[in-house]
Design a protein around this ligand. Structure first.
Ligand SMILES: *Cc1c(COP(=O)(O)O)cnc(C)c1O
Length: 384
């Protein structure tokens, strides 16, 4: 019944984990869920208010423009100038997305012919791989190894693969490893992209979720980057807006035009009332972002301290709300044990690809009290 491209999708491990979690809840277990990358705090009220106001305006009820409201793209361009010091033309260098996942899933359709290679980080956000498969492309895994600070080794990509590659996905600050990229690495990426004529899609969903004074760079800060790439941004994590579905892509206008062409034919853009809420988020006060980072940092420190006391060697991440911890044995066995014996849900690293095996991911989306409870329960397990 299903097309080959559907049958060839990898099994969705997260659905299996979620079923196990629900079974445990049914049995009356007090489950603590640290498995989802979905902020637990509400959308800041000035953003909600902007949407409420916009809803009353009938002009917002109609089909939105395909590329997004110019006022939203203008707010995104100004936000990029303010946060990244990058100049963008809101008319041609900014495209509104219905969440960045939408843009990531659609971009292979614009650039891959059947059999063309897309370079995808592994472990990684699953949509890079799946979007490539849905476009009949051939994803090639770039291992993110701890010994390389979870950056792909571009020299390890065989040249025949590189020659067939049309796009490369990157994501720093990184989900799931929480690694960050150096300016030097981004320079190497631009060189690689020029040598092999590869388009670079940098997913910067966590650029604002940083700690200890760290400032995450934009890929577009790299010299030559705008000639070869685009950057995706999401309002989901930065402004607790996962449910609203709003993001944007910026950078190379020809790449954006290709993505825009797919979108024009597939969707009809983001609800304009949501875009007006997005304008409030991007151009309004940013204290909410700092406050959320303060909260995540407190949670991070509680979990890291606890895990270190347990003998797990994990360092505090300086970005994202993930803690990527190496464990003994298979990651799926470890997470099953955590759920069965302690009612803790974490994500097995293998769910992000085979190079995630041997790690588990905790998301800092529970209160400090619950995180302390996680540590307490893990102490009783005698994990070494
Ligand atoms: C959460 C996440 C996204 C999806 O963001 P949306 O804008 O909600 O679609 C994209 N990339 C990464 C790495 C993420 O973790």
């Amino acid at each position: 019944m299903y097309a080959d491209r559907i049958n060839s999708l990898p099994p969705y491990l997260f659905a299996t984990i979620d079923r196990a979690r629900q079974d445990a809840i049914k049995k009356g277990v007090d489950v603590i869920n640290l498995s989802i990358g979905d902020p637990d705090m509400p959308t800041p009220s000035h953003i909600v208010e902007a949407m409420r106001k916009s809803l009353g305006n009938p002009a917002r009820h109609r089909y939105p423009s395909y590329e997004g409201m110019l006022s939203f793209r203008d707010a995104a361009a100004k936000w990029y100038k303010k946060t990244m010091n990058i100049d963008l033309d809101p008319e041609n260098e900014v495209l509104t997305l219905i969440g960045s996942k939408e843009g990531i899933a659609h971009i292979p359709l614009a650039f891959l012919n059947p059999g063309d290679v897309s370079l995808v980080p592994n472990p990684g956000y699953p949509v890079y791989n799946i979007g490539s498969i849905l476009a009949d492309g051939k994803p090639f895994k770039m291992p993110l190894l701890e010994e390389n600070d979870f950056l792909p080794d571009l020299d390890a990509i065989p040249s025949d693969v590189a020659k067939k590659a049309k796009i490369m996905f990157l994501n720093y600050p990184n989900n799931p490893t929480s690694a960050t990229a150096t300016a030097k690495f981004f320079e190497e990426v631009v060189d690689f992209a020029n040598e092999y004529e590869v388009l670079v899609i940098h997913d910067n969903a966590y650029s604002e979720m940083t700690y200890d004074g760290y400032k995450a760079p934009s890929f577009l800060n790299t010299s030559g980057a705008k000639e070869v790439g685009i950057e995706m941004h999401s309002l989901s994590k930065t402004y607790n807006m996962t449910g609203w579905r709003l993001g944007f892509a910026v950078g190379n206008r020809d790449i954006l035009a290709g993505l825009g062409k797919v979108k024009t034919n597939v969707d009809s853009g983001a609800f304009e009332a949501v875009q007006e809420a997005g304008i409030a988020a991007l151009s309004g006060p940013q204290d909410c972002v700092h406050e959320m980072n303060r909260v995540y940092k407190e949670r991070r420190d509680a979990l890291i301290t606890g895990l270190n006391e347990l003998g797990l060697d994990v360092k505090p991440p300086r970005a994202t709300f993930y803690v990527w911890a190496r464990v003994k044995g298979k990651s799926l066995d470890f997470t099953k044990m955590l759920l069965e014996k302690a009612g803790i849900v974490a994500t097995p690293g293998v769910g992000f690809g085979e190079y995630g095996e041997g790690y588990i991911r905790f998301a800092l989306t529970q209160s400090v009290e619950r995180i302390n409870e996680v540590v307490k329960r893990m102490h009783k397990l005698e994990i070494e």
